[in-house]
Design a protein around this ligand. Sequence first.
Ligand SMILES: Nc1ncnc2c1ncn2[C@@H]1O[C@H](COP(=O)(O)OP(=O)(O)OP(=O)(O)O)[C@@H](O)[C@H]1O
Length: 255
Amino acid sequence: MLQLNRLGKVYGGSILCTALKDIDLTVDRGEFLGIMGPSGSGKTTLLRLIAALDVPTSGEVLIDGRNPHLLPRNELARFRRRELGLVLQDFNLLDTMTVEENIVMPLALEGVQYGEMAEKAAMVADQLGIGNILHKRVHEISGGQAQRAAIARAIIHGPGMLLCDEITGNLDSKSSQGVMEVLEAVHQTDGATILLVTHDPMVASYCRRVVFIKDGQLYNEIICGENRQHFFQRIMDTLSLMGGNIHDRMAFRLS
Ligand SMILES: Nc1ncnc2c1ncn2[C@@H]1O[C@H](COP(=O)(O)OP(=O)(O)OP(=O)(O)O)[C@@H](O)[C@H]1O
C-alpha cells in the first residue's frame, strides 16, 4: 500500500515555488490510479517524490509502511530496482545501446542469465509491438518506439509499483490504446499497482480511479463504475469544471 501524508514540495531558487501542498492519498496494492491536472499542477513532482527521485519539503511517503526517503542510499537503489518501474517523460534510455540492452537493464542489474533476459525481452517487446527493433540502437528509433521501449524496460522485472508519466504523449490514438491494453494486462496478471499521469481522458478512462490535482492540491477524485464510456464522460466533465489549460494536450477520443 502507498500512503502519502500531508506531502508537500516547495522548490527553492530565486523565487520559491509551491509545487505540492498537503497531499493526503492512499493507494491500495494493485490499484490502477490515474492522476490528472493542468500543466504545472504538480503531477510529475508527485511521481518523483513517490519514487524518491526528489525529497519532499514536508510530509511523508510510505510504501508498505516504509519511507523510501529514510532508506540508506544502497537500500534505496535496491528498492527502486526491484520494486519500482518508472517511465518518465524523458524516457531515460541509453542512446548508444540497443533497444534490447536497454530493456533488460533491470534484469542485468540483478544478475539474471543472458538466456532468460533475452527470452523476457522478446516477450515484453512483442506485447508492445517492438519485437522487430530489439537490435536497433536507441538513436535509430522513433519517439513512439522509444516510448514503448521505456515501458518494456519498466515492466520486464514485474515491479510491484509502476509509475508512468505521460507514457502515451508521443503515440497516436491506436498506439495509445495498445499501450493501455498492455498496462491493463500487467495490472491484471502481475497485480502491480499502477500510477499513471496523463492529460488524455481516453487513457485515464482505463484506470479504476482518477485523482485530479489543481495548484498542487487534490481537487477531486472519481471512481470507474461498470461502464468505461460513462467514466470517460465523467473525466471530461471534471476536467472542464477544473478549467486551466488542461485542454492543451488533451485528445477527445474514446474507442
Ligand atoms: N526543479 C524545479 N525547480 C523549480 N520549480 C520547479 C521544478 N520542477 C517543477 N517546478 C515547478 O513546480 C510546479 C509543478 O511542476 P510539475 O512538473 O510537477 O507539474 P506537472 O503537473 O507535471 O506539469 P506538466 O503537465 O506540464 O508536465 C510548476 O510550477 C513547475 O514550474
